[in-house]
Design a protein around this ligand. Sequence first.
Ligand SMILES: Nc1nc2c(ncn2[C@@H]2O[C@H](COP(=O)(O)OP(=O)(O)OP(=O)(O)O)[C@@H](O)[C@H]2O)c(=O)[nH]1
Ligand SMILES: [Mg+2]
Length: 194
Amino acid sequence: MSVYPHIEFMTSANRPSQFVADSGREVAFAGRSNAGKSSAINTITARRKLARISKTPGRTQLINFFELQPDQRLVDLPGYGFAKVPEAMRKHWRELVTAYFERRQSLAGLFVVMDCRRPLREFDLQMMAWAEHRKCPAHVLLTKSDKLSKGKASAALHWTRRELGDSATVQLFSALKATGVDEARNYLDAMLAD
Ligand SMILES: Nc1nc2c(ncn2[C@@H]2O[C@H](COP(=O)(O)OP(=O)(O)OP(=O)(O)O)[C@@H](O)[C@H]2O)c(=O)[nH]1
Ligand SMILES: [Mg+2]
């Protein structure tokens, strides 16, 4: 059973004119290519095939909008930081994501998805800065926690919390093992609530 029973894919936007109507509240998922954004969305919404999961980093270059219920959305932002993409694609990413952050009134919260083995890299910090600039709350999912021992995962969690201080909340997550799902839903629901 899905906890968001009415969730459905709305549209993929390749340019700002294709963004869905900017009303209500939405939470965006950002993160490096291959960090596990789409997997996290699928696990949190308990819909296995909602957001496309790719084994090729950087495949999702579009902004994908999903409706949870009228006037509540999840947004899967295109991944960043993949070294091998051509400059033209990087420029496209920059323009699209900048336009999103600059004009999106309904942006109510940001989930930043990071591989727990490599947290807080350059672009991740840039995303956090956008959130701070927009005064929208940020929550960090340290995902793929199944890839680390309990001790190392816990060390990554504490290190990231210390680095970020009050600027964001942080948790461990695994789409594979469904770890941290309730915690993530609680943060998501709080951001979506008025
Ligand atoms: N072990 C493990 N693998 C994961 C987890 N989450 C995602 N993966 C794998 O990591 C790869 C990338 O996952 P995606 O969810 O497509 O990542 P993404 O951030 O959406 O990637 P882009 O859309 O390309 O930016 C896939 O092969 C997933 O199966 C996890 O919690 N544990
Ligand atoms: Mg994706």
